[in-house]
Design a protein around this ligand. Structure first.
Ligand code: HEM
Length: 365
Protein backbone atom coordinates (compact mmCIF):
# COMPACT_ATOMS: atom_id res chain seq x y z
CA UNK A 1 0.00 0.00 0.00
CA UNK A 2 1.48 3.39 -0.98
CA UNK A 3 1.29 6.32 1.38
CA UNK A 4 1.26 9.78 -0.04
CA UNK A 5 -0.84 12.90 -0.14
CA UNK A 6 -0.85 15.97 -2.28
CA UNK A 7 -0.99 19.58 -1.11
CA UNK A 8 -0.78 22.94 -2.87
CA UNK A 9 2.51 24.64 -3.99
CA UNK A 10 5.30 23.46 -6.29
CA UNK A 11 8.83 22.05 -5.80
CA UNK A 12 10.79 19.71 -8.19
CA UNK A 13 8.19 18.91 -10.74
CA UNK A 14 7.46 15.54 -12.32
CA UNK A 15 5.67 15.63 -15.65
CA UNK A 16 2.83 13.15 -15.14
CA UNK A 17 1.40 13.75 -18.63
CA UNK A 18 4.02 11.25 -19.88
CA UNK A 19 2.03 8.53 -18.11
CA UNK A 20 -1.46 10.03 -18.25
CA UNK A 21 -2.22 12.42 -21.11
CA UNK A 22 -5.08 14.91 -21.30
CA UNK A 23 -6.62 12.65 -23.95
CA UNK A 24 -6.52 9.72 -21.48
CA UNK A 25 -8.38 11.88 -18.95
CA UNK A 26 -10.90 13.08 -21.57
CA UNK A 27 -11.68 9.56 -22.69
CA UNK A 28 -11.80 8.24 -19.13
CA UNK A 29 -9.05 5.73 -20.02
CA UNK A 30 -6.89 6.69 -17.06
CA UNK A 31 -7.37 8.95 -14.07
CA UNK A 32 -5.62 11.04 -11.42
CA UNK A 33 -4.63 8.02 -9.28
CA UNK A 34 -2.51 6.66 -12.17
CA UNK A 35 -0.81 10.06 -12.61
CA UNK A 36 -0.07 10.27 -8.85
CA UNK A 37 1.22 6.72 -8.89
CA UNK A 38 3.58 7.51 -11.77
CA UNK A 39 5.09 10.48 -9.86
CA UNK A 40 5.32 8.43 -6.66
CA UNK A 41 7.31 5.71 -8.40
CA UNK A 42 9.41 8.12 -10.45
CA UNK A 43 10.86 9.99 -7.43
CA UNK A 44 12.15 6.73 -5.94
CA UNK A 45 13.62 7.40 -2.50
CA UNK A 46 13.06 11.19 -2.55
CA UNK A 47 10.72 12.48 0.13
CA UNK A 48 8.60 14.79 -2.01
CA UNK A 49 8.21 16.31 -5.47
CA UNK A 50 6.08 18.84 -7.31
CA UNK A 51 3.49 17.87 -9.89
CA UNK A 52 1.16 19.89 -12.08
CA UNK A 53 -2.35 18.63 -12.32
CA UNK A 54 -5.46 20.14 -13.85
CA UNK A 55 -3.83 23.59 -13.91
CA UNK A 56 -2.68 23.39 -10.25
CA UNK A 57 0.83 23.12 -8.83
CA UNK A 58 0.88 20.48 -6.09
CA UNK A 59 3.39 18.83 -3.78
CA UNK A 60 3.34 15.06 -3.55
CA UNK A 61 4.74 13.89 -0.21
CA UNK A 62 6.18 10.45 0.46
CA UNK A 63 7.58 10.89 3.97
CA UNK A 64 5.21 9.17 6.44
CA UNK A 65 6.08 11.40 9.43
CA UNK A 66 5.26 14.57 7.42
CA UNK A 67 2.05 13.01 6.11
CA UNK A 68 0.99 12.22 9.68
CA UNK A 69 1.66 15.81 10.80
CA UNK A 70 -0.36 17.21 7.91
CA UNK A 71 -3.27 14.82 8.28
CA UNK A 72 -3.50 14.89 12.09
CA UNK A 73 -1.56 17.32 14.29
CA UNK A 74 -1.35 20.27 11.88
CA UNK A 75 -4.46 19.34 9.93
CA UNK A 76 -6.13 22.63 10.87
CA UNK A 77 -3.87 24.35 8.27
CA UNK A 78 -4.43 21.80 5.50
CA UNK A 79 -8.17 21.36 5.27
CA UNK A 80 -8.55 22.23 1.56
CA UNK A 81 -8.66 19.62 -1.18
CA UNK A 82 -7.40 20.39 -4.69
CA UNK A 83 -9.30 23.36 -6.13
CA UNK A 84 -12.20 22.45 -8.38
CA UNK A 85 -14.35 24.26 -10.96
CA UNK A 86 -15.35 27.49 -9.17
CA UNK A 87 -18.38 28.13 -11.39
CA UNK A 88 -20.12 24.84 -10.61
CA UNK A 89 -23.78 24.88 -9.51
CA UNK A 90 -24.37 26.08 -5.96
CA UNK A 91 -25.81 22.72 -4.81
CA UNK A 92 -22.56 21.08 -5.93
CA UNK A 93 -20.20 23.72 -4.53
CA UNK A 94 -21.83 23.54 -1.11
CA UNK A 95 -21.22 19.81 -0.64
CA UNK A 96 -18.62 18.99 2.02
CA UNK A 97 -16.04 17.50 -0.36
CA UNK A 98 -16.02 20.79 -2.30
CA UNK A 99 -16.06 23.30 0.60
CA UNK A 100 -12.88 25.06 1.72
CA UNK A 101 -11.34 26.85 4.71
CA UNK A 102 -13.57 28.22 7.46
CA UNK A 103 -16.76 27.17 5.68
CA UNK A 104 -15.55 23.54 5.48
CA UNK A 105 -14.56 23.58 9.16
CA UNK A 106 -17.88 25.13 10.22
CA UNK A 107 -20.03 22.72 8.21
CA UNK A 108 -17.89 19.68 9.05
CA UNK A 109 -18.08 20.37 12.81
CA UNK A 110 -21.85 20.95 12.49
CA UNK A 111 -22.57 17.69 10.64
CA UNK A 112 -19.99 15.43 12.35
CA UNK A 113 -22.29 14.79 15.34
CA UNK A 114 -24.79 13.23 12.91
CA UNK A 115 -22.24 10.54 11.98
CA UNK A 116 -21.40 9.19 15.44
CA UNK A 117 -21.70 5.48 16.21
CA UNK A 118 -24.82 6.17 18.28
CA UNK A 119 -26.59 7.94 15.40
CA UNK A 120 -25.68 5.24 12.89
CA UNK A 121 -26.94 2.64 15.39
CA UNK A 122 -30.28 4.53 15.34
CA UNK A 123 -30.44 4.05 11.55
CA UNK A 124 -29.79 0.32 11.72
CA UNK A 125 -33.52 -0.47 11.56
CA UNK A 126 -33.62 1.05 8.04
CA UNK A 127 -30.55 -0.86 6.81
CA UNK A 128 -32.06 -4.05 8.21
CA UNK A 129 -35.51 -3.66 6.72
CA UNK A 130 -34.14 -2.83 3.24
CA UNK A 131 -31.72 -5.79 3.53
CA UNK A 132 -34.52 -8.16 4.52
CA UNK A 133 -36.71 -6.97 1.62
CA UNK A 134 -33.77 -7.39 -0.75
CA UNK A 135 -33.06 -10.98 0.29
CA UNK A 136 -36.79 -11.81 0.14
CA UNK A 137 -36.98 -10.43 -3.44
CA UNK A 138 -34.23 -12.89 -4.53
CA UNK A 139 -35.98 -15.77 -2.80
CA UNK A 140 -39.26 -14.90 -4.51
CA UNK A 141 -37.59 -14.82 -7.94
CA UNK A 142 -35.88 -18.15 -7.27
CA UNK A 143 -39.17 -19.72 -6.12
CA UNK A 144 -40.85 -18.52 -9.34
CA UNK A 145 -38.30 -20.48 -11.40
CA UNK A 146 -38.84 -24.20 -11.98
CA UNK A 147 -35.21 -25.03 -11.19
CA UNK A 148 -35.28 -22.90 -8.02
CA UNK A 149 -32.40 -20.67 -9.18
CA UNK A 150 -32.26 -17.06 -10.23
CA UNK A 151 -29.54 -15.34 -12.24
CA UNK A 152 -29.10 -11.72 -11.19
CA UNK A 153 -27.03 -8.83 -12.43
CA UNK A 154 -25.14 -8.14 -9.20
CA UNK A 155 -24.21 -4.57 -10.12
CA UNK A 156 -27.80 -3.52 -10.89
CA UNK A 157 -29.11 -5.31 -7.79
CA UNK A 158 -26.51 -3.60 -5.58
CA UNK A 159 -27.45 -0.17 -6.92
CA UNK A 160 -31.13 -0.90 -6.21
CA UNK A 161 -30.24 -1.89 -2.66
CA UNK A 162 -28.07 1.21 -2.14
CA UNK A 163 -30.76 3.55 -3.56
CA UNK A 164 -33.40 2.12 -1.20
CA UNK A 165 -31.03 2.44 1.78
CA UNK A 166 -30.30 6.09 0.93
CA UNK A 167 -34.02 6.83 0.42
CA UNK A 168 -34.90 5.30 3.76
CA UNK A 169 -31.96 6.34 5.97
CA UNK A 170 -31.43 9.82 4.51
CA UNK A 171 -34.77 11.02 3.10
CA UNK A 172 -37.11 8.98 5.30
CA UNK A 173 -38.85 7.57 2.21
CA UNK A 174 -39.67 4.19 0.78
CA UNK A 175 -38.30 4.45 -2.77
CA UNK A 176 -39.55 0.98 -3.71
CA UNK A 177 -36.60 0.39 -6.07
CA UNK A 178 -36.19 -3.26 -5.13
CA UNK A 179 -39.82 -3.88 -6.15
CA UNK A 180 -39.77 -1.49 -9.10
CA UNK A 181 -36.27 -0.88 -10.52
CA UNK A 182 -37.70 1.96 -12.64
CA UNK A 183 -39.03 3.98 -9.68
CA UNK A 184 -38.51 7.74 -10.22
CA UNK A 185 -36.32 7.89 -7.09
CA UNK A 186 -34.02 5.27 -8.57
CA UNK A 187 -33.91 6.83 -12.04
CA UNK A 188 -33.15 10.33 -10.78
CA UNK A 189 -30.75 9.07 -8.08
CA UNK A 190 -28.74 7.12 -10.63
CA UNK A 191 -28.74 10.10 -12.98
CA UNK A 192 -27.26 12.27 -10.22
CA UNK A 193 -24.49 9.85 -9.37
CA UNK A 194 -23.70 8.12 -12.65
CA UNK A 195 -20.27 8.78 -14.10
CA UNK A 196 -21.21 8.42 -17.76
CA UNK A 197 -18.75 9.28 -20.56
CA UNK A 198 -20.63 12.59 -21.03
CA UNK A 199 -20.28 13.34 -17.32
CA UNK A 200 -16.52 12.64 -17.42
CA UNK A 201 -16.21 14.85 -20.52
CA UNK A 202 -18.01 17.75 -18.76
CA UNK A 203 -15.87 17.38 -15.62
CA UNK A 204 -12.68 17.29 -17.67
CA UNK A 205 -13.65 20.49 -19.53
CA UNK A 206 -14.65 22.21 -16.27
CA UNK A 207 -11.40 21.29 -14.53
CA UNK A 208 -8.95 21.86 -17.41
CA UNK A 209 -10.66 24.70 -19.24
CA UNK A 210 -12.81 26.49 -16.64
CA UNK A 211 -13.22 29.58 -18.88
CA UNK A 212 -14.61 27.48 -21.74
CA UNK A 213 -16.95 25.72 -19.30
CA UNK A 214 -18.15 29.07 -18.00
CA UNK A 215 -18.71 30.39 -21.53
CA UNK A 216 -20.64 27.24 -22.45
CA UNK A 217 -22.64 27.57 -19.19
CA UNK A 218 -21.82 23.92 -18.58
CA UNK A 219 -23.95 22.26 -15.91
CA UNK A 220 -22.11 19.55 -13.98
CA UNK A 221 -25.28 18.17 -12.43
CA UNK A 222 -28.38 16.74 -14.08
CA UNK A 223 -30.69 19.69 -13.44
CA UNK A 224 -33.95 17.74 -13.80
CA UNK A 225 -32.77 15.13 -11.29
CA UNK A 226 -31.51 17.88 -9.01
CA UNK A 227 -34.92 19.62 -9.14
CA UNK A 228 -36.66 16.35 -8.21
CA UNK A 229 -34.56 15.88 -5.07
CA UNK A 230 -34.59 19.55 -4.09
CA UNK A 231 -38.39 19.45 -4.03
CA UNK A 232 -38.38 16.32 -1.83
CA UNK A 233 -35.72 17.80 0.46
CA UNK A 234 -37.50 21.13 0.86
CA UNK A 235 -40.74 19.40 1.84
CA UNK A 236 -38.93 16.94 4.14
CA UNK A 237 -36.91 19.61 5.92
CA UNK A 238 -39.93 21.92 6.33
CA UNK A 239 -42.02 19.11 7.83
CA UNK A 240 -39.25 18.16 10.26
CA UNK A 241 -38.43 21.76 11.21
CA UNK A 242 -42.09 22.36 12.11
CA UNK A 243 -42.26 19.04 13.99
CA UNK A 244 -45.21 18.31 11.71
CA UNK A 245 -44.27 14.68 11.11
CA UNK A 246 -43.73 11.44 13.01
CA UNK A 247 -40.18 11.56 14.39
CA UNK A 248 -37.86 9.32 12.37
CA UNK A 249 -34.22 8.42 12.89
CA UNK A 250 -33.12 9.49 9.43
CA UNK A 251 -30.35 11.89 8.34
CA UNK A 252 -32.79 14.78 7.67
CA UNK A 253 -34.08 14.47 11.23
CA UNK A 254 -30.50 14.51 12.57
CA UNK A 255 -29.65 17.59 10.49
CA UNK A 256 -32.69 19.41 11.83
CA UNK A 257 -31.82 18.43 15.42
CA UNK A 258 -28.24 19.63 14.82
CA UNK A 259 -29.52 22.97 13.47
CA UNK A 260 -31.81 23.45 16.47
CA UNK A 261 -28.91 22.52 18.82
CA UNK A 262 -30.93 19.53 20.06
CA UNK A 263 -28.59 16.73 18.94
CA UNK A 264 -27.78 14.79 22.10
CA UNK A 265 -25.05 12.19 22.65
CA UNK A 266 -26.59 8.80 23.36
CA UNK A 267 -25.14 5.70 24.96
CA UNK A 268 -21.79 4.76 23.45
CA UNK A 269 -21.85 7.75 21.10
CA UNK A 270 -18.43 8.08 19.54
CA UNK A 271 -16.89 10.11 16.79
CA UNK A 272 -14.24 8.60 14.54
CA UNK A 273 -10.71 8.89 15.91
CA UNK A 274 -9.88 11.39 13.13
CA UNK A 275 -12.42 13.83 14.56
CA UNK A 276 -10.83 13.60 17.99
CA UNK A 277 -7.20 13.70 16.81
CA UNK A 278 -7.46 16.46 14.22
CA UNK A 279 -9.35 18.82 16.57
CA UNK A 280 -10.84 20.91 13.81
CA UNK A 281 -12.02 24.21 15.15
CA UNK A 282 -13.95 26.88 13.36
CA UNK A 283 -13.08 30.41 14.52
CA UNK A 284 -16.36 31.77 13.16
CA UNK A 285 -19.28 31.05 15.45
CA UNK A 286 -22.38 31.10 13.27
CA UNK A 287 -25.27 28.96 12.10
CA UNK A 288 -23.62 26.98 9.30
CA UNK A 289 -26.61 24.76 8.65
CA UNK A 290 -28.53 26.91 6.19
CA UNK A 291 -31.23 25.36 3.98
CA UNK A 292 -28.78 25.21 1.03
CA UNK A 293 -26.06 23.53 3.12
CA UNK A 294 -28.55 20.98 4.49
CA UNK A 295 -29.84 20.18 0.98
CA UNK A 296 -26.32 19.81 -0.40
CA UNK A 297 -25.19 17.49 2.43
CA UNK A 298 -28.23 15.27 1.78
CA UNK A 299 -27.37 15.13 -1.94
CA UNK A 300 -23.81 14.08 -1.01
CA UNK A 301 -25.21 10.61 -0.32
CA UNK A 302 -25.81 10.25 -4.06
CA UNK A 303 -22.57 11.87 -5.17
CA UNK A 304 -20.19 10.39 -2.61
CA UNK A 305 -22.20 7.45 -1.30
CA UNK A 306 -24.13 5.65 -4.03
CA UNK A 307 -21.51 4.43 -6.51
CA UNK A 308 -18.75 4.12 -3.89
CA UNK A 309 -20.88 1.82 -1.72
CA UNK A 310 -22.57 -0.16 -4.52
CA UNK A 311 -19.30 -0.66 -6.45
CA UNK A 312 -17.57 -1.89 -3.29
CA UNK A 313 -20.34 -4.48 -2.79
CA UNK A 314 -20.18 -5.43 -6.49
CA UNK A 315 -16.41 -6.04 -6.38
CA UNK A 316 -16.84 -8.04 -3.17
CA UNK A 317 -19.67 -10.07 -4.76
CA UNK A 318 -17.49 -10.91 -7.75
CA UNK A 319 -14.54 -11.78 -5.56
CA UNK A 320 -16.69 -14.06 -3.39
CA UNK A 321 -18.07 -15.77 -6.50
CA UNK A 322 -14.59 -16.69 -7.72
CA UNK A 323 -13.33 -17.61 -4.22
CA UNK A 324 -16.02 -20.00 -2.89
CA UNK A 325 -13.81 -21.02 0.05
CA UNK A 326 -13.72 -17.38 1.21
CA UNK A 327 -17.49 -17.17 0.65
CA UNK A 328 -18.07 -20.17 2.95
CA UNK A 329 -15.82 -18.78 5.66
CA UNK A 330 -17.50 -15.37 5.50
CA UNK A 331 -21.00 -16.89 5.55
CA UNK A 332 -20.11 -18.82 8.70
CA UNK A 333 -18.89 -15.63 10.37
CA UNK A 334 -22.02 -13.66 9.44
CA UNK A 335 -24.37 -16.55 10.36
CA UNK A 336 -23.06 -16.41 13.92
CA UNK A 337 -24.43 -12.89 14.48
CA UNK A 338 -27.56 -13.06 12.33
CA UNK A 339 -30.85 -12.94 14.23
CA UNK A 340 -33.65 -15.43 13.35
CA UNK A 341 -35.50 -12.72 11.34
CA UNK A 342 -32.36 -12.04 9.26
CA UNK A 343 -31.55 -8.71 10.92
CA UNK A 344 -28.13 -7.64 12.22
CA UNK A 345 -27.01 -5.63 15.22
CA UNK A 346 -24.68 -2.65 14.64
CA UNK A 347 -22.12 -3.66 17.29
CA UNK A 348 -22.13 -7.27 16.10
CA UNK A 349 -21.41 -6.17 12.51
CA UNK A 350 -18.52 -3.98 13.73
CA UNK A 351 -16.98 -7.05 15.36
CA UNK A 352 -16.76 -9.04 12.09
CA UNK A 353 -13.03 -9.22 11.40
CA UNK A 354 -13.23 -11.45 8.32
CA UNK A 355 -15.92 -9.29 6.69
CA UNK A 356 -13.63 -6.30 7.12
CA UNK A 357 -10.78 -8.22 5.48
CA UNK A 358 -12.99 -9.21 2.55
CA UNK A 359 -14.15 -5.63 1.96
CA UNK A 360 -10.53 -4.42 2.10
CA UNK A 361 -9.51 -7.13 -0.38
CA UNK A 362 -7.12 -8.68 2.15
CA UNK A 363 -8.52 -12.20 1.64
CA UNK A 364 -6.93 -12.46 -1.81
CA UNK A 365 -3.51 -10.94 -1.09
C1 HEM B 1 -16.74 2.39 -0.06
C2 HEM B 1 -17.32 3.54 0.06
C3 HEM B 1 -16.60 4.88 0.06
C4 HEM B 1 -15.35 5.22 -0.30
C5 HEM B 1 -14.26 4.32 -0.89
C6 HEM B 1 -15.18 6.65 -0.06
C7 HEM B 1 -14.03 7.39 -0.30
C8 HEM B 1 -13.84 8.71 0.05
C9 HEM B 1 -12.60 9.44 -0.11
C10 HEM B 1 -11.31 8.88 -0.68
C11 HEM B 1 -12.81 10.69 0.35
C12 HEM B 1 -11.79 11.83 0.38
C13 HEM B 1 -11.05 11.83 1.66
C14 HEM B 1 -10.07 12.98 1.72
O1 HEM B 1 -10.01 13.85 0.85
O2 HEM B 1 -9.36 13.06 2.71
C15 HEM B 1 -14.18 10.78 0.79
C16 HEM B 1 -14.78 11.89 1.32
C17 HEM B 1 -16.11 11.98 1.61
N1 HEM B 1 -17.04 10.97 1.52
FE1 HEM B 1 -16.68 9.05 1.02
N2 HEM B 1 -16.36 7.13 0.44
C18 HEM B 1 -17.25 6.10 0.53
C19 HEM B 1 -18.55 6.16 0.97
C20 HEM B 1 -19.18 7.31 1.33
C21 HEM B 1 -20.58 7.37 1.74
C22 HEM B 1 -21.56 6.19 1.85
C23 HEM B 1 -20.84 8.67 2.02
C24 HEM B 1 -22.17 9.21 2.46
C25 HEM B 1 -22.34 10.27 3.11
C26 HEM B 1 -19.60 9.43 1.80
C27 HEM B 1 -19.45 10.79 1.98
C28 HEM B 1 -18.25 11.47 1.92
C29 HEM B 1 -18.10 12.89 2.29
C30 HEM B 1 -19.21 13.80 2.80
C31 HEM B 1 -16.76 13.20 2.10
C32 HEM B 1 -16.10 14.53 2.40
C33 HEM B 1 -15.83 14.63 3.88
C34 HEM B 1 -15.38 16.01 4.31
O3 HEM B 1 -15.01 16.84 3.50
O4 HEM B 1 -15.41 16.27 5.52
N3 HEM B 1 -18.64 8.56 1.38
N4 HEM B 1 -14.79 9.54 0.61
Amino acid sequence: MYQYIIIANGIREIDTSIAVSKLDLFLGRKGIPEADDYAYKTIGSEKYCGIRQMGNSLILIKETSVIKKILIKDFDHFVDRRPFFSDAELSFKKMLPMLEGEEWKGVRTSVSPTFTTGKIRRMMEYFNSVGQEWVESFKEKARANLNGFVVINAHTANIQYAVDVIASAVFGMNAGTIKDPNSPFSQYGTRLSDFTKWQIFKFTIAVNFPKVAKMMKLKLMDMEALGFFERILNQGLKARMSGDTTKRNDFLQLLVEAKKGELKAEGKDELESFEKDAQIESTEKKQWLTEQIMNSQSLVFFFAGLTTASNTITFATYSLAVHPDVQDKLRKEVDKIMKPDGSLDYDDVSSLVYLDMVLCGEHII
